[in-house]
Ligand binder design. Sequence first.
Ligand SMILES: C[S@@+](CC[C@H](N)C(=O)[O-])C[C@H]1O[C@@H](n2cnc3c(N)ncnc32)[C@H](O)[C@@H]1O
Ligand SMILES: O=C(O)C(=O)C[C@]1(C(=O)O)C=C[C@@H](O)C=C1
Length: 246
Amino acid sequence: MPRMMTSDPDNLFDRPDAPIRPFEFDADVARVFPDMVRRSVPGYAELVGLSGLIARRVARPGTACYDLGCSLGAVTRAMLRQVPATVRIVAVDNAPAMIAGLRDRLADVPGAERIELICADVEAVRIEQASLVVLNLTLQFIPPERRLSLLQGIRAGLVPGGALLLAEKIRVLDDRNGAWLTALHEDFKRANGYSELAIARKRAALERVLVPDSIETHEQRLAAAGFIEVTRWFQSLNFVAWIAWT
Ligand SMILES: C[S@@+](CC[C@H](N)C(=O)[O-])C[C@H]1O[C@@H](n2cnc3c(N)ncnc32)[C@H](O)[C@@H]1O
Ligand SMILES: O=C(O)C(=O)C[C@]1(C(=O)O)C=C[C@@H](O)C=C1
C-alpha cells in the first residue's frame, strides 16, 4: 500500500470558541486534510491503495482516467503509479486550496506531467474517452437531486468496458443498525484522538453539507444511470465502495 501523505494535525474542531459553520474545503481543511481523512475514514489507506490496483486492471492505453473531487490527489497519485504511460490522468476539484496543495505535492513526482489539474465543479467537466472515473467520497457533497445527472454524464463519457469507482459514506436505513454503525464510527474517531467536542462540532458542520444515501439508493441510481453491472468491493463501518461497469 502507498505511503500516506503527511500534514499538519487536524485540530480544527477543537476550538470551543470557534463558530459552528457549514463544513467547507477551505485552506484550513486543505492544510490538515491527510491527517483528517486518515483519522476520520476507517480503511481510507486501503481504499486508496485498492483504487490504484483497480486502475491498473481497468485503465486502457490511449484513454483517460478521471479523479473527481481529487482533494490532495491520494487517488490521482495511486493511479499515476499503476496505469500505462499513454493514459491521461485528469484530477478535478472545485476547492482552490486543494488544487494548489496537489500542484505543490506533484512538483517532484516523476510522470506528473501526465496529470491535468482542473479547478472546477465536477458537474461542469465533460468526461471524454475515459476508461476509469473515480468519485472517492465526493458524490456525497453534490446536491442529491443532481447526483443522477452527474452519473449519467460520467456513463456517457466512458469507453466500452470502462468503469466508475464510487466510494461513499452511507446512510443505513434501519434505525438500530444505523445508530450502531454511527456509534462505532465515533469510537473509531475517539480511538484516533478526536475529542467529544471535536466529534460533535464536526457532526454539526457536516449536517446538510455531506448528505449520505443508502446502499439501496446508490445501487438503484447506478442502474438508472445505465451501468450494467455493479459490484460492492469494500466496506468499513459506514463507508462503502462500488465498481460500476459500462
Ligand atoms: C472528502 S474529499 C475527497 C477525498 C479524495 N477523493 C481522496 O481520495 O483523498 C471531497 C472533495 O470533493 C471536492 N468537491 C466537493 N464538491 C465538489 C464539486 N461540486 N466539484 C468539484 N469538487 C468538489 C471537495 O473540495 C473535496 O476536496
Ligand atoms: O468525519 C466524518 O464524519 C466524515 O464523514 C468523513 C469525511 C468524508 O467522508 O468526506 C468528511 C469530511 C472530510 O473531508 C473527511 C472525511
